[in-house]
Design a binder for this molecule. Structure first.
Ligand SMILES: [Zn+2]
Ligand SMILES: [Zn+2]
Length: 269
């Protein structure tokens, strides 16, 4: 089966030039992103990633409403699969019902769907998924949610960040809130990781950016967050898209192509 898909990828790849698409239905399309890494993009612009090692595979996030996701992943890799969530928002955990166990940070327990009947395993800072020839490390990056994590592949120089640093805009207006200070600390931690060799940030809604973020993106993001915290931010605007789990009067601060949506009542507390 894998061989068949490899051939399909080659044929499709040559037809589409830039996209080595290996699967597509109405809900989801999956393409080769890097060697042994695939990106899945859902109809509603969510993103999931599949990383395959010599012995195991890792699914990072599950997207929303992708029927039979477990069987679809099996078309890509037949290795024993572990499933980890970057955080417990529905657009990332919507398909966990297809999997008998998942990994998540306990900081997001309050957001986690109570309907899930499988086994919940907790990760913490430094937890490693050893896939055989590939080690993927958990780093806790609270802000977007209290339990947001990123998955770091130091050898490949890449990481998978869910919504921890947004996909253009980062949303910090959602309950339960974290103070801006917490988000700034996460940005600084990400900057340090990048100074140590991580070059590519693959975000949780890749559709909106279509490229990995680099160090300059993170520095701009951190500095914008500091200006919000210190009250020196230039010209923040009311953010008009209300989300049911957000605050009543969110604001957005922007700097070039990035934005931070936040609750002015919960910047420093
Ligand atoms: Zn989210
Ligand atoms: Zn999201």
């Amino acid at each position: 089966m894998k061989k068949l898909f490899g051939i399909a990828a080659m044929v499709l790849g040559s037809a589409l030039a830039i996209s080595a698409q290996v699967f597509k239905n109405d809900d989801l399309q999956i393409s080769l992103l890097e060697e042994c890494v695939w990106i899945g993009e859902t109809r509603d612009n969510g993103t999931l990633y599949i990383i395959e090692g010599n012995e195991k595979a890792l699914l990072i996030d599950t997207g929303t409403e992708c029927d039979s996701l477990d069987k679809i992943i099996r078309l890509i890799t037949q290795k024993p699969l572990q499933v980890v969530l970057t955080h417990a928002h529905h657009d990332h955990d919507g398909n966990i019902g297809f999997f008998s166990e998942i990994y998540i940070h306990p900081g997001d327990t309050v957001l986690f769907p109570k309907t899930y009947r499988g086994k919940v395993n907790f990760v913490k800072d430094g937890t490693r998924f050893d896939l055989g020839g590939k080690s993927i490390e958990v780093v806790h990056m609270p802000g977007h949610t209290p339990g947001s994590i990123i998955l770091v592949d130091r050898a490949a120089g890449s990481c998978y960040t869910g919504d921890a640093f947004g996909s253009g805009q980062v949303w910090l207006q959602l309950k339960p809130y974290s103070p801006m200070k917490t988000y700034i600390e996460s940005c600084n931690r990400m900057i340090k990781l990048m100074e140590e060799g991580i070059e590519k940030i693959y975000c949780g809604h890749y559709f909106y950016v279509k490229r990995p973020f680099d160090l300059s993106h993170m520095i701009k993001m951190r500095d914008l967050a500091i200006s919000i915290k210190e009250g020196t931010v230039v010209n923040p605007q009311p953010f008009d898209r209300k989300v049911s789990i957000g605050c009543d009067n969110p604001m957005i601060a922007t700097s070039g192509d990035i934005g931070i949506v936040y609750d002015p009542e919960h910047v420093n507390y």
